[in-house]
Design a protein around this ligand. Structure first.
Ligand code: PEP
Length: 251
């Protein structure tokens, strides 16, 4: 059965004390409940250690929001896959829209980062998604397909087995606008068909495809029960224990 994941991307929020407190709140809310998904929290680099300590021995996994693709050296300000893994992370985001569109990251760099994550033993969550202009011009599927193929194309089945994809329409991130369940599920189907062409049906069927873009407790149930949606990548609503848990356990 395909893995389901709900991941909280804390972005540039919460210092290490606040992060450890939120981790404690999440663990408190999990007592005597069995989540139907893997839960991941992705604090900033400076909070990884403290949050990792707070989560030690629990079922909640740690992830980082980004990495640099070189193993070490003169790359001031950057953090390698090895460092992230040593800090206790299993997951790392690659290609989040804020890195694509604010920091200008594109195909070549994202390919290198994704391969460095795999080489360093991390599971990348590779983010794709169209801009509003691309959707309005009828080019959403073409954009997302290109983003999938240009970075994931050429991976072997072993590599792909560690990858999850997050479909996050850029116009839905942090805006309160959510894709309709049908639109999201339709795009997930497009991605899965493409994975099938690139890697075969077996690998395509095993790859988790998460939805991201203003997921909240009140829309989580509809989104997470739609066909081909295997979980959520959550920004704003992951910053408070009750709203994040309301997505992990949607009602
Ligand atoms: C995100 O940053 O990946 C995201 C989906 O943010 P939000 O949930 O706030 O839209």
């Amino acid at each position: 059965m395909r893995k389901r994941i709900v991941a909280g991307n804390w972005k540039m929020n919460l210092d290490h004390r606040e992060g450890a407190r939120l981790a404690g709140e999440i663990l408190g809310g999990l007592k005597n409940r069995v989540p139907q998904c893997e839960i991941v929290v992705m604090p900033s680099f400076t909070s990884l250690h403290a949050v990792g300590e707070a989560l030690r021995g629990s079922c909640v996994s740690l992830g980082a929001q980004d990495l640099w693709h070189e193993e070490s050296g003169a790359f001031t300000g950057e953090v390698s896959a090895g460092m992230i893994s040593a800090a206790g992370c299993r997951y790392v985001l690659v290609g989040h829209s804020e890195r694509r569109h604010i920091l200008g990251e594109g195909r070549d760099l994202l390919s290198e980062k994704l391969r460095a994550a795999l080489k360093g033993g991390l599971s990348p969550i590779y983010c794709v998604g169209e801009l509003i202009e691309e959707r309005e011009a009828g080019r959403a599927e073409e954009t997302v397909s290109r983003q999938v193929e240009e970075v994931l194309g050429g991976l072997d089945a072993g590599g792909m087995s560690k990858v999850a994809i997050a479909y996050e329409p850029v116009w839905a991130i942090g805006t309160g606008r959510t894709a309709t369940t049908g639109d999201a599920s339709g795009m997930h189907g497009v991605i899965r068909d493409l994975l099938s062409k690139l890697f075969g049906r077996g690998t395509a069927g095993e790859t988790p495809i998460l939805y991201g873009g203003s997921v909240k407790p009140d829309n989580a149930r509809a989104l997470l029960s739609a066909g081909d949606i295997d979980g959520a990548l959550v920004g704003g609503a992951s910053l408070a224990g009750d709203s994040f848990l309301g997505i992990v356990f949607p009602t």
